[in-house]
Write a protein that binds this ligand. Structure first.
Ligand code: NAD
Length: 498
């Protein structure tokens, strides 16, 4: 019988909910576990545990909370191999990528270790006669995170790391496709010294998400996933009076100017388009080749790289990337490849029908390359989220620079050039939230903040870094007067600063 993954509430695993979902091993295509889907009552139980834990956790001084984060970081590092294998076996990304997923999450935990510094308020002495004004940042209470399948370690850590260090208690609803790693992280948080109820995990689908969005006691919801659902989460959560940040899909462009170092750009494009089977929201699935000869120069370099590329099981150290997450997702990617063909783009490498010997049932798909992709094509306008690189040709810098700005998504973008002036102008004007200059995957470091524009993010506040601290705290401002002697009639007069 398949292993069963159940909820983690109040420091204990909890069996709750009649429905279950399959958790596949994408390498073999076999069901390796079943995950229980919670109900509204499961969310109630998690919120109750979190609410019970909140007063004491919020009152714990910030450096003690930070100590739990330090201990958690050490435990995750100690268990890195086990976690990476667990993650790879459910997601399909290769072990090195899984370690990267965990490592990028740990960088946010490192940031969270320093949160006390960012929780300090401001102070004005003598704002009026005998009057001092000071502000303090306080945690919100019970907050929740809903995460996608593609970074099952990093994205939960973006959220609960900052929220918990700020003094909140947390309910996590991880992706039902790869739920084991977030579960293990919650156990490690307890082992690190987080009190029961500070971090709870409820598994499930829309039913649990809706219960989170409607629960009166949940003060804020952080979401990462596809855009339509992000928009839905934002609308329903804010209508219920919650603070919501909801990150959505992406279609990131790599603009290649004729003066770029084509050998380096080829490495960057191939790594960022095909790495992790293209299942990264900061991948570069579109290369914009600017000027005469640029597309040809790229294609003659990229095609041999594709021929050499090894697609293998996630534990194969020589594999560039592994299978995609599910059979349904592979079918969706393959349908976009067909759409590109039907729309008239030139298919230079076709990854459809890729079968790996001994793993014929695995969800593999080979690297795919299109040339002559046009901005009017649906296969360009929409997110594919697979190992597909689309080359768009542009005659001028202006034409190329307008493409990411005009696109519905605005997560990341990169420009490859030796021309500092062009890069500077591009970075200043482009309508995209995260920009790389000769950097293919410009994910900001943990002490900066992560977030896209347009349909890539709903809400005003980004993830982690200083923005994350703002998201998970509220400001209170105190105006204090300590009169000398008897207050007398002054007690009834509105204080003025004059
Ligand atoms: P998804 O939108 O299918 O799922 C995300 C979460 O929403 C999951 O926890 C899922 O259970 C839940 N969910 C699914 N359907 C729902 C529904 N109808 N109502 C309510 N909740 C629902 O996304 P995914 O396939 O897991 O992840 C891939 C997507 O996430 C891609 O679009 C990718 O670009 C995006 N992503 C964005 C970022 C970013 O920071 N912008 C980062 C990583 C991934």
């Amino acid at each position: 019988m398949a292993r069963e993954i159940i909820h983690f509430i109040g420091g204990r695993t909890l069996d709750h909910g009649a429905r279950q979902g399959d958790v596949f091993n994408p390498n073999t295509g076999q069901v390796q576990a079943r995950v229980q889907f919670g109900m509204a009552a499961t969310v109630d139980a998690a919120v109750e545990a979190a609410a019970k834990a909140f007063p004491a956790w919020a009152a714990t001084n910030p450096q003690r909370r930070a100590r739990v984060m330090f201990a958690f970081k050490a435990l995750v590092e100690k268990n890195m191999d086990e976690l990476a294998h667990m993650l790879s076996s459910e997601h399909g990304k290769v072990i090195a990528d899984s370690k990267g997923d965990i490592q990028r999450g740990l960088e946010v935990i490192e940031f969270a270790c320093g949160v006390p510094h960012l929780l300090k308020g401001e102070y004005t002495e003598g704002a009026g006669p005998g009057i001092d004004v000071y502000s303090m940042r306080q945690p919100l209470g019970v907050v929740a995170g809903i995460t996608p399948f593609n970074f099952p370690a990093m994205i939960p850590m973006w959220m609960f790391g900052v929220a918990i260090a700020c003094g909140n208690t947390f309910v996590l609803k991880p992706s039902e496709k790869d739920p084991s790693t977030p579960m293990r992280l919650a156990e490690l948080m307890m082992e690190a010294g987080a009190p029961e109820g500070v971090l709870n995990v409820v598994h499930g689908d829309k039913e649990v998400v809706d219960a989170i969005l409607d629960h009166e006691a949940i003060k804020a919801v952080s979401f990462v996933g596809s855009s339509d659902i992000a928009q839905y989460v934002y609308a329903r959560g804010t209508a219920n009076g919650k603070r919501v940040q909801a990150m959505g899909g992406a279609k990131n462009h790599g603009i290649v100017l004729p003066d770029a170092d084509f050998d380096q750009v080829t490495k960057d494009l191939v790594g960022s388009a095909f790495g992790s089977a293209g299942e990264r929201c900061m991948a570069l699935p579109v290369a914009v080749a600017v000027g005469k000869g640029t597309a040809e120069a790229l294609i003659e370099r990229i095609l041999p790289e594709i021929e050499r590329m090894k697609v293998g099981i996630s534990t194969d150290p020589e594999a560039a990337y592994g299978p995609v997450v599910s059979a349904a997702h592979r079918a969706k990617i393959e349908s976009y490849i067909q759409m590109g063909v039907d729309e008239g783009a030139t298919l230079l490498a076709d990854g459809r029908g890729y079968r790996l010997q001994g793993y014929e049932e695995g969800f593999f798909i080979g690297p795919t390359l299109f040339d002559h992709v046009k901005p009017s094509m649906k296969s360009y306008r929409e997110e594919i989220f697979g190992p597909v690189l689309q080359i768009v040709r542009a005659e001028t810098f202006e034409e190329a620079a307008a493409l990411p700005s005009d696109h519905q998504y605005g997560n990341g973008v990169a420009i490859f050039t030796r021309n500092g002036r062009a890069a500077r102008e591009f970075a200043a004007k482009v309508q995209v939230g995260m920009v790389g200059i000769n950097v293919p995957i410009p994910v900001p470091v943990a002490y900066h903040s992560f977030g896209g524009w347009k349909r890539s993010a709903f809400g005003d506040v980004n993830q982690h870094g200083p923005e994350g601290v703002r998201f998970y705290t509220k400001i209170k401002t105190v105006t204090a007067r300590w009169p000398e002697g008897d207050v007398g009639d002054q007690a009834f007069v509105i204080p003025t600063m004059g």
